[in-house]
Design a protein around this ligand. Structure first.
Ligand SMILES: NC(=O)c1ccc[n+]([C@@H]2O[C@H](COP(=O)([O-])OP(=O)(O)OC[C@H]3O[C@@H](n4cnc5c(N)ncnc54)[C@H](OP(=O)(O)O)[C@@H]3O)[C@@H](O)[C@H]2O)c1
Length: 360
C-alpha cells in the first residue's frame, strides 16, 4: 500500500528527455516528492548519481540498470518514462506495491484488450496500487482540457483535436526514427505491420475512448487511418539524414463513431524536415481543440520556454517535455491516494501545479 504522507518516494524509470524533467522537479524539493531511485537503460548511466544525471549536485542515490533491483526497491510511485513500454514490467511494479505514473501508455486501461486490461487490474489489486497515464497528447490536451471545456457545454455534437508539429527539433531521435519510422519507406507506415506504430495507434485509440466514455458519446468503434508522405529532398536531423523519397510526413486520424457518425477525432499532422504537404489541413502549429455543440468552442494550445524573454530553440523544445513531465508528476499525490485500479484524466481530481508561483 502507499503512504498517504509526503514526501512521496518516487523512482524514475527511464531518464531521457521527459524523465530528466521529472527528476529535476523532484530534486527541487518543492513537489512533495523524494527521488529514491532510477532505472536506466544505458550501461554508461549505471551507478551514476541521479543528481549528476540531470546536471545537479549528487544526492547519494545511484541509478541502476538492474530491473529486478528497482522492482524490489520500496517507494510510493514509479515515474515510468522509457522509450518503449513493457506491460509485464509495469504489472510487476504495480504488484510490488508501487503506483505507476507514466507518459508512455495506459491512458484509459479499461479500454485495453481484455487480457491486458485484466492483468493490469490484477496487478493493481495484488499491490494495492493504481496506474495513471497522461502527458501533453495523449494527456492533458485530449483528456483534461476537453473535459474542462465541457463544463461550459449544454450539449456536445463533436470533439476534434488536431496536432500539428514538425519533429525536426525533437531531440529524442530514437522515438522519431526507430519508433515512429520517419525516414523509412512510406509503405512501411501503417498500424498493421509496424509494431511500434501499432502501439502508437493504440494509445491514441484509447484516448478517443477516454473522451467518449467521459462525455457519454456512446461510440461503438474507433478507427485509425494514416497517410505517409515522402520527402522531396534530404534533411539533416541531429545525427540522422532523412533521405529524399522516405517518410517525412505522417497524417494519422483516429475517429470514434456512433452508428457510423464521427463524434470524436484526434488528428496528427506530423512532419520531419519542415516540408508540409499542400493537401493537408493547415491549423496553426500546436494543438487546436474544437468542440462543436451548444455552444461551439475552439481553443489553440502552444507551449514555449517564454512568450516574453528571448529563448533558444532548445529551450522552446524543452518546454513541451516539461509540460508532458509535469502533467504526470503533479498527479502523483492524487494517484498515490487513489483506490487501487485505473486512475485516468477523467477520474482523478484536476491536476494542478503543486509549486505554482512558489510563494506559499
Ligand atoms: N503523452 C505525451 O504527451 C508524451 C510526450 C512525449 C513523450 N511521451 C512518451 O514518454 C516517453 C519518454 O519520452 P522521451 O522523450 O523522454 O524519450 P527518450 O528521451 O527518447 O527516451 C527515454 C529513455 O528510454 C530509455 N531507453 C533506451 N533504450 C530503451 C529500450 N530498449 N527500451 C526502453 N527504454 C529505453 C533511455 O533510458 P536511459 O537514458 O535512462 O538509459 C532513454 O533515456 C516515451 O514513451 C514517449 O513516447 C509522451
Amino acid at each position: 500500500m502507499t503512504t498517504p504522507r509526503e514526501p512521496y518516494r518516487v523512482i524514475q524509470w527511464g531518464t531521457g528527455a521527459v524523465g530528466a524533467e521529472m527528476m529535476i522537479a523532484a530534486l527541487d524539493g518543492r513537489a512533495g516528492l523524494e527521488l529514491v531511485g532510477a532505472k536506466v537503460y544505458s550501461e554508461s548511466k549505471h551507478g551514476t548519481d541521479v543528481g549528476t544525471l540531470v546536471g545537479r549536485d549528487p544526492v547519494g542515490v545511484l541509478a541502476t540498470a538492474d530491473t529486478a533491483e528497482v522492482i524490489a526497491m520500496p517507494a510510493d510511485c514509479v515515474l515510468y518514462t522509457p522509450r518503449t513500454t513493457d506491460l509485464d514490467e509495469v504489472c510487476a511494479i504495480l504488484a510490488s506495491g508501487k503506483n505507476v505514473a507514466t507518459t508512455a501508455f495506459l491512458f484509459h486501461p479499461a479500454r485495453l484488450p481484455a487480457p491486458d486490461r485484466d492483468r493490469v487490474l490484477a496487478a493493481c489489486e495484488q499491490g494495492g496500487t493504481s496506474v495513471h497515464g497522461s502527458g501533453l497528447n495523449p494527456g492533458n490536451l485530449s483528456g483534461v482540457l476537453p473535459l474542462a471545456l465541457s463544463g461550459m457545454s449544454r450539449t456536445i455534437d463533436k470533439v476534434t483535436l488536431q496536432e500539428r508539429a514538425d519533429w525536426s527539433v525533437y531531440p529524442s531521435t530514437g522515438i522519431t526514427f526507430d519508433n515512429m519510422a520517419f525516414g523509412e519507406p512510406v509503405e512501411q507506415i501503417n498500424a498493421a505491420t509496424n509494431e511500434f506504430l501499432a502501439f502508437n495507434s493504440s494509445i491514441f485509440t484509447e484516448q478517443v475512448w477516454l473522451m467518449a466514455d467521459a462525455l457519454n458519446a456512446g461510440i461503438d468503434e474507433v478507427t485509425a487511418t494514416v497517410e505517409a508522405v515522402a520527402a522531396q529532398e534530404d534533411h539533416q536531423i541531429f545525427d540522422h539524414v532523412l533521405r529524399a523519397g522516405t517518410t517525412a510526413g505522417q497524417r494519422w486520424n483516429w475517429t470514434g463513431r456512433r452508428n457510423g457518425e464521427p463524434l470524436i477525432e484526434i488528428e496528427t499532422l506530423w512532419t520531419v524536415g519542415g516540408e508540409y504537404p499542400d493537401h493537408w489541413p493547415r491549423p496553426k502549429d500546436g494543438w487546436t481543440l474544437t468542440i462543436e455543440g451548444d455552444p461551439s468552442m475552439r481553443t489553440h494550445f502552444f507551449s514555449l520556454a517564454s512568450f516574453t524573454r528571448p529563448a533558444s530553440m532548445d529551450e522552446h523544445v524543452r518546454s513541451a517535455n516539461v509540460a508532458t513531465a509535469m502533467q504526470v508528476l503533479n498527479a502523483v499525490p492524487a494517484l498515490c491516494e487513489a483506490p487501487p485500479g485505473f486512475a485516468t484524466s477523467a477520474s482523478l481530481p484536476l491536476v494542478r501545479s503543486r509549486v505554482g508561483f512558489g510563494n506559499a
